[in-house]
Write a protein of this length. Structure first.
Length: 178
């Protein structure tokens, strides 16, 4: 079943960042982000993953994970992110915890007690991941959601539509100039 799922995601095109989907690499990106942030809520995690993949495409003409991203009401998210996160939890690589934020709301926070397998990433990819994590370190979920909604990639796509990596060229975040 997992092999069928992964092979269905292997299409290499403008929606995958011209990389085949690599589940192990995507899960290691999630572990890397949860480890470096010392815990992150779902909305922010998904936006960080999007910014990381799209900034890598902007800088290197290919995504890191090969993930497709879709336009959802809270911003861009990896396609099938719930399944990907559930796989990381099932494999014991991250943990989830419901956190009560107020009497009316709660959120899911992800943490990791293991380190990412950094051998999955090039030095440039690690630099980009570190840059994005640092750039958004003081953003809460609402702020990073709003920032992602300002991006051309989000403004020019509709709900549930895949987001082309061609929009990476207009990304407001850049290794140089920030």
């Amino acid at each position: 079943m997992i092999e069928d799922y992964i092979s269905s995601k292997q299409k290499v095109d403008e929606y995958s960042g011209f990389s085949g989907f690599d589940l192990d690499k995507m899960i290691n990106m999630i572990v890397y982000v949860t480890e470096k942030t010392k815990g992150v809520f779902t909305t922010k995690l998904n936006k960080l993953l999007w910014y990381i993949d799209f900034l890598n495409f902007k800088e290197c003409s290919k995504s890191i994970s090969g993930s497709n991203y879709v336009h959802l009401p809270l911003g861009p998210v990896p396609d099938d992110y719930k399944w990907i996160i559930a796989t990381a939890i099932e494999d014991g690589l991250i943990e989830e915890e419901e956190v009560i934020l107020s009497p009316e709301s709660a959120g899911i926070k992800y943490t990791s007690s293991v380190s990412a397998e950094e051998s999955f990433f090039s030095e440039k990819e690690k630099k980009i991941m570190d840059f994005v994590i640092d750039y958004f370190k003081d953003y809460n979920c609402s702020q990073i959601k709003e920032k992602s909604h300002e991006e051309k990639a989000y403004r020019e796509t509709k709900n549930n539509e895949k987001i082309s990596y061609k929009y990476a060229a207009s990304l407001s975040v850049s290794l140089t100039g920030n």
